[in-house]
Design a protein around this ligand. Structure first.
Ligand code: ASP
Length: 309
């Protein structure tokens, strides 16, 4: 890691994935998706682009990949519908954008980015978000685009039991997010999700909430979270990690360890975070058996991992 170089990290969700039970072909597929998403962000940073553009490119790549619970391949509500959420934040000036419960936006992170760039507001939800998007020139697509055979089967299996699950506990891949630092030293974070499998319609998670699942401040760190959103919101996880650094002088690794390994489990907050220090050192931690993740710092090799090391 260099003080002036770029850095990027991403996640594709945390949950119960075990080396013993994971199908090799599936693992190869998800690793390829993580590597491709990392490359999308890396290309932006390597060309001298901004961390904000990099996290958007990485998250768009993961949204487009049906393996992950965001965009195409999102999980369903208990009505069998799709309600997607995303947020993006720039650390240099705390500019932020978020979307909650949208059903007709192909890349929710791009709408969040548009809000960051163009609106005096920060978060838009539901029909109002889609009206705003249409006015801005976004295509409103049929929500059938989000559905995959795998998600339909997962939903049918869960619906019978009535459980509301983190999708990766149902064996599959999850919510996505990215954090980056550019050569100019600015941080950014972005997160996108279909939420929890079989969730109640109207339910809101942490991913689209600034300070819940997404936060970036050049003075402290960039954070993107994945896990049971209820717990992550109650503990304002992403903002709390930044606050420990800003007000308490705590090191990022210690702040993440405390939040993810000590505090979240007390309220059944299963999941993890990816984060970068101001200088671009990655911290990737989770309290579940695995978290789909990848990271790279300028001049170093890319790291892609699934299980606990
Ligand atoms: N945090 C997401 C939510 O609660 C779920 C996940 O990370 O998989 O909506």
């Amino acid at each position: 890691m260099s003080e002036t170089g770029w850095a990027i990290a991403l996640h594709g969700g945390a949950g119960v994935m075990r080396r013993e039970t994971m199908d090799a072909a599936r693992e190869a597929e998800v690793r390829a998706g993580l590597a491709a998403a990392l490359a999308a962000g890396r290309e932006v940073l390597d060309a001298g682009g901004s961390s904000l553009d990099a996290v958007q490119a990485t998250v768009c790549s993961l949204e487009d990949n049906p393996c992950f619970n965001a965009g195409h391949g999102s999980v369903m509500t208990s009505d069998g519908t799709f309600e997607l959420e995303a947020a993006i934040m720039r650390g240099s000036d705390l500019a932020a954008g978020g979307v909650i419960n949208v059903s007709h936006i192909r890349n929710p992170v791009s709408l969040a980015r548009y809000i960051l760039d163009h609106s005096e507001h920060v978060v838009f939800a539901g029909a109002g978000a889609e009206r705003y998007a249409a006015g801005a020139g976004f295509e409103l697509i049929s929500s059938g685009y989000f559905e995959t055979e795998m998600r339909r089967a997962q939903f049918n299996a869960t619906r019978a039991s009535g459980a509301v699950t983190l999708d990766h506990d149902g064996k599959r891949y999850g919510t996505v997010g990215a954090v980056a630092r550019d050569r100019a030293g600015s941080l950014a974070a972005a997160t996108s999700t279909g939420g929890l499998n079989n969730k109640a319609p109207g339910r809101v998670g942490d991913s689209g909430i600034i300070g819940g699942g997404t936060y970036a401040n050049d003075k402290s760190c960039a954070v993107s979270a994945t896990g049971r959103g209820e717990a992550f919101m109650r503990m304002t996880v992403a903002r709390d990690i930044a606050a420990m650094i800003e007000y308490g002088g705590v090191a990022l690794a210690d702040a993440v360890e405390r939040k993810v390994m000590t505090e979240l489990p007390v309220i059944n907050g299963r999941g993890g975070v990816i984060a970068l220090t101001r200088t671009g050192a990655p911290v990737l931690q989770f309290n579940t058996p695995g978290m789909y993740r990848a990271a790279q710092c300028e001049g170093e090799a890319a790291q892609v991992a699934v299980f606990a090391l």
